[in-house]
Design a protein around this ligand. Structure first.
Ligand SMILES: [Zn+2]
Length: 61
């Protein structure tokens, strides 16, 4: 595969997933520990999953 130029710029959509509280920016979604910041886990009934790498976390509650 040829190397692709990647712009590591989050889209505007992503900002909807953050809450700004005072000087802190808090994410309202879990981020994927594998993909890092900017990749959010999709919420399911009993689990969170990453659409990018497929990483899944089951809620233990
Ligand atoms: Zn991921």
């Amino acid at each position: 595969m040829p190397k692709e130029k990647r712009k590591n710029r989050p889209s505007n959509k992503i900002w909807k997933l953050y809450k700004i509280e005072g000087s802190d920016v808090k994410s309202t979604h879990e981020t994927c520990p594998k993909c890092g910041q900017g990749v959010f886990m999709a919420k399911h009934k009993n689990r969170l999953s990453c659409g990018k790498c497929g990483y899944t976390v089951f809620a233990g509650k």
